[in-house]
Design a protein around this ligand. Sequence first.
Ligand code: TYM
Length: 336
Amino acid sequence: MNIQAKKKVFSGVQPTGSLHLGNYIGALSVWVKEQDNFDGIYCVVDLHALTIPEAIEPKVFHEKNWETVAMYLACGIDPNKSTIFIQSQVREHTELAWILTCMTPMGWLERMTQFKSKSGKQETVGTGLFTYPVLQAADILLYDTEVVPVGEDQKQHIEITRDIAQRFNQMFGEVFVLPEAMIPKAGARIMGLDDPESKMSKSSAVKNAKHAIGVVDEPKKIIKAIKAAKTDSASEVSFEGEMSPGVKNLLTIHHVMTGWDEAQQRAHFEGKGYGFFKSEIADAVVERLSPIREEYTRLLDDRAHLQAIARMGAEKAGAQAEAKVKAVKDALKINF
Ligand code: TYM
């Protein structure tokens, strides 16, 4: 029997806002689906969320961290198979981030599209927003990560992580493993329901209730948002020719929720009115998300359980992170 070693996997979500269907489809659902093939570490990246300090209200922020831990569990991450922890609980993340910051040319960070789009929206831009990808590189490199399952928007951050690792290895010896992004074939970029030309995002969800579907939204809200989703001026679904981005986005969501392939979707939806089409999509989303919402609500009331899981995760991750920082310091001869 050919027993292959499990892939070392790391990924994370910022505890800002509520997680939406894009986060679920692009990231969490993949973590869960591949759980048995992955040696997975899933982090709540609170230090990354600090890069927009204007959005931080400490008490609310504190709760968001626990909500995100609850969300990981409710979506199906099994703490007996995977490690779950809160980033700030493992101090090596910031320690390695500083060392890597010193090795990262500014020009590399200036090319980051996420920095360009996020900084454009801020009155003052914190330095941390600029060096954000270096902290992300530290997250990944601390754990000898081989695979990073993320949505398409994070591709550039994984590429720069590889570049940083390679540069360090060339300068000081082979310390880091070069990771690869794992981007789902379907649903790598779920679009806004109100504006299918732009990515579904937490920040747009705050401004428009019909932009996104929250993973733990009530069925009524989900149905309303999908009914209002922008499609096109046609009145029925057609698989002939170029599909409008709105219809395409809804079909992608339906595909991920149900597992139906294009032939099954075609047989079911071709020639049907948008009213029927949207109500079927809404049913599929509600059916998939309802058990998650119920489990999430139950878990939120069990803070001690969430704390125990995060503590256990931080201890496990911390031991690995400590060993890696030691190797980095050994390579630099700054281990006194
Ligand atoms: P964040 O919190 O913005 O998003 C979390 C995950 O959700 C994916 N995602 C989407 N996927 C498909 N369609 C969308 N509309 C959509 N919106 C978001 C993201 O690609 C991501 O996988 N920088 C990261 C957090 C991070 C991280 C890491 C990730 C910090 N350190 C190390 C991986 C490894 C971020 O801001 O994710």
